[in-house]
Ligand binder design. Structure first.
Ligand SMILES: Nc1ncnc2c1ncn2[C@@H]1O[C@H](COP(=O)(O)OP(=O)(O)OP(=O)(O)O)[C@@H](O)[C@H]1O
Ligand SMILES: [Mg+2]
Length: 487
């Protein structure tokens, strides 16, 4: 009672304007060797340190539209955590966007498309446990639950393969499992697994060339999944590697010194495996501190994250979100005020609302607004202006998106010059006019602007401004000329 009285008095004296409450300072502040500095709160400017010993668990969720700063936040965490605690990190890179950074930072990049990872490896687990994990993986990826008979047959074949190969002193692979099923004329069950053994998709069927255990202590490691042929194969890779890491970390047991983080595992854009309730991602988050490593899950689409992740993750960073559906999903899952939700819709690059679940349950404030995540790189921002609204986008990101959109070097330069002329700001309708001049159709410009995070209302406004400008061009000129004539 007394504390909250003092606090509210302090807040009142420092903030003449009403603003949403922020967590107590002692929960946010830590010594530089105890926590990762991430920036300052928006209203009280309290430095925010991510200190896992103050949180219910060390797991982190990051959501936001493309270009909002998810990967940047991940990189900031990994860089600083490695300086403080000498942490190792394994990044499961779905789209291949960490490769350069990891190389520059002196880390190791592994292109999984050139490796083999045997899903039947036991990684120290009793074989029955591993069989359960494999079956649950195929439940998620091959929808095995819909084929209960084949599910049983595959389970039996897995049991058999461990026995028969143990007798021959060799390691079983998926090829052996398919062979057993075919030998028993279980054609449908064999077919369900065969998509992971055909040439080009057989990354999980041979003898492993990767030593996951070694990778958990190898500093910064990027496992690049983007050259794998399908989303399904990428998901199988992600899930399998995560299961191995989980088992290895469990086997090591909890360290007494629970304050520092020894390994980060990053899943960036891990759609399917963070969505399914049976996935190990959910187990890890739910079981909190048990595994001695921290999971960082980042995604553009919050509905890819199961609600359990939102309610159990120690820290969630909500960066810019535009779609109503996504914003409602996150707000309902976390539960913050409409004010915070409105701000999230207005965020620029790197702005964040942070939800932290502190170990000390007295803390009632869990979601607060931050200034930009305070990372290492300078921020070169372009602004697209519509009426009195500014959409911020980081310059390099914007240029990349324009390039992907199909602009050539000359066109990029024209557009860059237009921004530079306005000191980094360009009117939305001017941007549309330039793109139209380059030959882009209205629908393709609309989808490009949506990708930048322009909401529907603003889109309509921009196009009505373009229309007005076109319709009134002659008129405006005439009026202006007439006016100057009068003077
Ligand atoms: N807090 C920040 N401070 C400075 N620069 C930032 C910040 N956040 C992001 N940026 C810059 O903005 C650009 C886009 O950020 P980033 O690549 O992290 O976006 P993202 O959310 O991961 O996008 P995508 O979903 O497309 O992967 C990058 O060039 C990055 O350097
Ligand atoms: Mg990214």
């Amino acid at each position: 009672m007394k504390v909250s009285y003092l606090l509210s008095k302090e807040i009142a004296s420092r903030m003449p304007l009403v603003h949403p409450p922020e967590p107590r300072k002692d929960l946010l502040l830590s010594g530089p060797s105890q926590g990762v500095y991430i920036g300052k709160t928006r209203f009280m400017h309290t430095p925010v340190f991510w200190n896992p010993s103050k949180l219910i668990n060390p797991h982190i969720g990051i959501i936001g539209i493309t270009g909002s700063g998810k990967s940047y936040t991940v990189k900031t965490f990994l860089t600083r955590a490695s300086l403080i605690w000498n942490t190792n990190a394994i990044i499961l890179d779905w789209v291949g966007e960490y490769e350069n950074w990891v190389r520059q930072a002196g880390g190791k990049v592994i292109n999984l498309a050139r490796e083999r990872l045997n899903v039947l490896d036991l990684v120290g687990l009793p074989k029955n446990n591993r069989i359960k994990q494999i079956i649950s993986t195929f439940d998620i990826l091959a929808d095995l639950k819909s084929y209960p008979n084949e599910r049983d047959e595959i389970e039996e074949a897995l049991e058999e393969v461990y026995q028969s190969t143990a007798a021959q002193k060799k390691k079983p692979t998926l090829f052996d499992v398919v062979k057993i099923l075919e030998g028993k004329n279980k054609k449908k069950a064999a077919r369900l697994l065969k998509r992971f053994t055909v040439e080009g998709s057989d990354f999980f069927a041979g003898t492993s060339t990767l030593d996951i255990k070694e990778l958990t202590t190898s500093g910064l490691v990027c496992i690049d999944l983007h050259e794998l042929p399908t989303e399904e194969v990428r998901s199988l890779a992600g899930l399998t590697i995560l299961q191995y890491i989980k088992e290895l970390m469990r086997a090591e047991g909890m360290k007494k010194d629970n304050k520092s983080i020894r390994l980060f595992v990053v899943l960036d854009e891990a759609w399917k495996i963070a969505q399914d309730e049976r996935s190990d991602v959910i187990t890890i988050v739910r079981e909190g501190r048990k595994y001695n490593f921290a999971l960082i899950i980042a995604t553009q689409n919050p509905t890819d994250m199961h609600k359990t992740i939102f309610s159990n993750t120690g820290s969630i960073f909500i960066l810019r979100l535009v779609l109503r559906e996504f914003r409602d999903y996150v707000r309902n899952s976390i539960g913050y005020s409409r004010f915070v939700d409105d701000e999230i819709g207005r965020f620029g690059v790197g702005d964040a609302a942070v939800n932290m679940i502190f170990a000390e349950r007295q803390s009632r404030v869990m979601t607060f607004l931050m200034d930009k995540i305070d990372g290492e790189e300078p921020l070169l921002i372009y602004k697209i202006k519509v009426d009195d609204m500014n959409l911020e986008i980081e310059r390099e990101q914007f240029v990349r998106l324009l390039y992907e959109f199909g602009l050539n070097e000359g066109q990029l330069n024209i557009l860059k010059a237009a921004f530079e002329k306005g000191d980094g700001t360009l009117d939305g309708e001017q941007l549309v006019s330039v793109l139209e001049k380059f030959g882009y159709s209205k629908p393709s410009i609309i989808s490009f602007l949506r990708q930048l995070g322009v909401d529907e209302k603003t889109l309509i406004r921009v196009f009505s401004l373009v229309k007005m400008r076109k319709a009134s061009k002659g008129v405006v000129n005439v009026v202006l000329e007439a006016q100057s004539g009068v003077q």
